[in-house]
Each structure stands twice: as structure tokens, then as C-alpha cells.
Design a protein around this ligand. Structure first.
Ligand SMILES: [Zn+2]
Length: 216
């Protein structure tokens, strides 16, 4: 922890004074360009991946980059989505999965691996549709292939869950909101994005229309 506290002190001493205009502006409010829903994994740093600074991304991270479906249960992800869309008017939501995801690995290993982690087990039930799709379609695949397929399928499942939220459905219907489903490969740095026009993940590019917003 020592070098983390050292980092705060260095931030106060060196970084903040050198960017005063930015921090004074940010002190007045935020107008982020996108909401980023990613995994809590320490290797996923949304601002590094997207080369953004403070004020640009409205970030929610949790085990498995999961979005619980809309319900009356109180929930941090749901509340954050509602605030991002209804109050901040965020025009884009990214759900980002990643290679080597511990949550996806736990799903593949099955319920026994989660016996001592009841909260994780309950949380990962929000990815059951992805788990079932992999069990049905990748039964003969290698563990690595299954893992990579589950990471992608989970992004699709969470995009579906996102659509159950009334603020999201309304935003899409009114053409004020776009969805993006990404998979980031930590080792290579590649990012694939779900293209709803072809129902496939494609390498991310400047193609503005390659996104996960439903096309019908
Ligand atoms: Zn993960």
C-alpha cells in the first residue's frame, strides 16, 4: 500500500498543480462521453485502454462486467445506468469483457469451484444465458476456446440485460443512445466490437456504425 499512498502524494505535488485548468473545470461538474461497464479485474483500466482522462468515462466495474436485468431490487449497476442515461444524458454505453477473465473461468469450472463464494455464485447467475450457450455449442472445444467464446457470449448476454432497463430501451428508441460490446485481449491489445448488423465481433475500427445497438 505504501507506493499507492506515495502515488497520491505525487499526484497532489506534481500532477494536479500542472493541470489546474482541467481540475477547476471538472470541479464544476461532469459531462462524460460514454459509460464504460467493465470487469473489476485490476488489468482492465478503461482510461488507459481508451486513452481518456478524468471526466471522459462514467465507469462501473464488477466481477464479470455484468449488468443485472431491470428489477425492483436495489443495485449499483442499475442505479448507475439510470443516472448515466437519464441525468447525464450519456450517448454511448460500452460493455467490455476481456481475455483471461476470472469470473468467466469460474463459470466454466462450474458450481463446485464457487462453493465457498456464495455471493460470487449468485452474481454470476446473471451470466447463465451465456454459460448455457457455450455448453450447447462448444462442448467439444478446448478449454481456451470455451473461455474465449464465453467472454464474447457474456458480453452479448449483458447487452441483452442492458436492453431490459427502461431508460436504455427508451434511449435507443429515441435514437439518443448507442450500445457497444467489446472484448479486450490483454496480451495482444486487440479489441473486438460486436456489430449488430452482422451479429459478429469484428476488430474495432473507425467504422461509426459497427456497434451493438439493435438494428430493428
Ligand atoms: Zn474479468
Amino acid at each position: 500500500m505504501d507506493h499507492i499512498i506515495d502515488g497520491v502524494l505525487r499526484f497532489q505535488r506534481e500532477v494536479h498543480p500542472n493541470r489546474q485548468a482541467l481540475f477547476h473545470e471538472l470541479a464544476l461538474g461532469q459531462a462524460p462521453e460514454a459509460m464504460f461497464i467493465g470487469c473489476a479485474d485490476s488489468r482492465i483500466v478503461p482510461e488507459v485502454l481508451t486513452q481518456q482522462g478524468p471526466g471522459s468515462l462514467f465507469v462501473v466495474r464488477n466481477a464479470g462486467n455484468i449488468v443485472p436485468p431491470s428489477s425492483t431490487e436495489p443495485g449499483g449497476v442499475t442505479a448507475s445506468i439510470e443516472y448515466a442515461v437519464a441525468v447525464l444524458g450519456i450517448p454511448d454505453i460500452v460493455i467490455c469483457g476481456h481475455s483471461g477473465c476470472g469470473a468467466m473461468g469460474a463459470i466454466l469450472r462450474g458450481a463446485e469451484s464457487l462453493e465457498k463464494l456464495p455471493a460470487v455464485a449468485r452474481w454470476l447467475h446473471y451470466a447463465d444465458a451465456a454459460r448455457d450457450a457455450i455448453a450447447a455449442n462448444f462442448a467439444q472445444a478446448s478449454e481456451e476456446e470455451k473461455h474465449n467464446a464465453l467472454v464474447r457470449e457474456n458480453v452479448i448476454t449483458q447487452l441483452d440485460n442492458l436492453l431490459t432497463h427502461p431508460v436504455v430501451a427508451d434511449g435507443i428508441q429515441n435514437k439518443q443512445l448507442r450500445l457497444h460490446g467489446w472484448v479486450y485481449d490483454i496480451g495482444s491489445g486487440s479489441v473486438h466490437t460486436y456489430d449488430a448488423r452482422v451479429h459478429k465481433f469484428v476488430p474495432i475500427s473507425e467504422d461509426y456504425f459497427a456497434n451493438a445497438t439493435p438494428t430493428d
